[in-house]
Design a protein around this ligand. Structure first.
Ligand SMILES: [Cu+2]
Length: 318
């Protein structure tokens, strides 16, 4: 909930002409907005059915499981202010809508293919029956241009955590161009460590659109905002083809889950390597106020002689 409300303000500000300096202004604005909605603990009021909440356009209404539809089509997508590129997107956004369910939920998802080539959806991290694994020529025929295909399954008990959905057909091109999204499964009995005040999903990608967080390149990336004393949960997901060591300034991260599975013992770091296909869940105890740089530490993914770009954002603690 804090995610969605938060993005309204970010979008408004992103629409203004923006540059690297205005990122900090934007960070300050969203820090206020983030603070205002932070009391709304993410996931506290989940419906029993699947919902698809928009990653970037909160005006899109949430959908119930029975009517969840993903339409793949080509769109124009703004990576950084003024830089528009072709994207292949689900429901006209990159990443596609965030799908949030609870373990045990029944999910029915209709894929409409409006691309000019075939595609399919794989649910990455979910331990599903073979026939809904979404791999053309292995578990299903390709979904051809103009066709639709329905996936229906029950989310297994115990399979909660941070998962993904993405194309598994011509994937280097299709996922690189944006056919991807987060598939979050809420546990029925959350452990203490995962009860966070603020909950962010950060999808890394490095395909045709360059180095991006949630489909945007710095300075268009969204700052993560929290108040002093809050627990910030970050769900890292790598949909790209390279490793990205994510480094947070000023505060450490406590890593508590890998690929959705809670670790036997959480551990601390300030740089977390996120390899292709991996998901890592961390908690940041926001003790120090400030605008803390948060970036990939493979430096050519984050800085050039023209300044910062790509995989750079900030954690803003106010
Ligand atoms: Cu990187």
């Amino acid at each position: 909930m804090s995610d969605a409300s938060h993005k309204i303000s970010v979008d408004n500000v992103i629409n203004e002409t923006s540059n690297r300096r205005s990122f900090l202004k934007r960070a300050a604005v969203t820090a206020i907005a983030g603070g205002a909605v932070a009391a709304c603990k993410d996931g506290s009021a989940l419906p029993a059915k699947a919902i698809a909440s928009p990653a970037t356009k909160p005006a899109v209404p949430a959908l119930s499981a029975a009517e969840t539809e993903l339409t793949a089509e080509k769109i124009q997508w703004e990576i950084t202010p003024g830089q528009k590129v072709e994207a292949w997107a689900y429901n006209k956004q990159v990443p596609g809508p965030q799908i949030r369910v609870r373990e045990g939920d029944r999910v029915r998802l209709i894929l409409n293919n409006k691309l000019d080539q075939s595609t399919a959806i794989h649910f990455h991290g979910l331990e599903l029956p073979n026939n809904v694994d979404g791999v053309p020529f292995i578990t299903q025929p390709p979904v051809k241009a103009g066709e639709s295909y329905t996936y229906e399954f029950t989310v297994p008990e115990g399979n909660h955590g941070s998962h993904m959905y993405h194309s598994h057909h011509n994937a280097a091109q299709q996922v690189g161009l944006g056919l991807l999204g987060a598939f979050l499964v809420e546990p029925k009995n959350p452990s203490d460590i995962e009860r966070a005040d603020v909950d962010y999903t950060l999808i890394l990608n490095d395909g045709a659109h360059g180095y991006t967080f949630n489909g945007k390149s710095f300075p268009a990336t969204e700052p993560l905002t929290a108040k002093v004393g809050q627990k910030l949960r970050i769900r890292f997901m790598n949909e790209g083809m390279m490793i990205h060591p994510m480094h947070l300034h000023g505060m450490h991260m406590t890593v508590f889950a890998k690929d959705g599975w809670n670790l036997p013992a959480p551990w601390r770091c300030d740089t977390l390597n996120v390899a292709p296909g991996e998901r890592w869940d961390v908690i940041v105890s926001c003790k120090s106020p400030g605008v803390w740089a948060f970036h990939c530490h493979i430096l050519p993914h984050a800085e050039s002689d023209h300044g910062m770009f790509g995989m750079v954002t900030a954690v803003v603690v106010s």
